[in-house]
Unconditional design. Structure first.
Length: 168
């Protein structure tokens, strides 16, 4: 759902929203909040990356605002950046942007978000269905469905075998 009253970018930057909203050219955009599977996968992925942050030289965040372009701020479910942690409260490009699908997500909106993130220059966009663990990865080289259940960042030791995340 979107608001109809326009707000300034400055107002958006200095205001906290609950739940957090994205921003597009004066309009607040409510994010689809998932249910239990969504929330669980977000926590599991965050914990996975957090446990490996020192070894891989990364930091992991959830619900973190990202400046995409003038007048546009987006929020991933999970993002991974190279360490050290920046001092800015709003981030630039992450190494990995993770979108966990919610029941309300529509393919057209998800594809539009992927297009925007690619234009923004995000090198690794992971889209994951929390019920089935089906996943896609989008990189500058192209997009592909993950057949072996392992999400990877080329040229790094970073990989996540989705089935190894303990659902019990």
């Amino acid at each position: 759902m979107e608001t109809t009253a326009l707000i300034s970018e400055e107002t958006y930057r200095r205001t906290s929203y609950s739940p957090e909203c994205e921003y597009a050219d004066g309009v607040l955009i409510e994010r689809n909040w998932g249910e239990q599977d969504h929330s669980w996968l977000q926590a599991a992925l965050s914990a996975w990356f957090f446990q490996r942050r020192k070894t891989w030289g990364i930091e992991v965040f959830t619900g973190q605002r990202h400046f995409v372009r003038k007048g546009r701020y987006m929020i991933p479910d999970v993002c991974v950046i190279w360490a050290p942690r920046p001092v800015e409260k709003v981030f630039d490009k992450p190494l990995i942007w993770i979108e966990i699908l919610s029941p309300e997500d529509r393919p057209i909106r998800v594809n539009e978000k992927i297009r925007e993130l690619r234009e923004f220059g995000v090198p690794n966009i992971w889209v994951i269905d929390p019920e089935t663990f089906e996943a896609e990865i989008h990189t500058p080289e192209g997009s592909s469905k993950i057949e072996d259940g392992v999400l990877r960042v080329a040229g790094t030791p970073i990989e996540v075998a989705l089935q190894s995340l303990d659902r019990d």
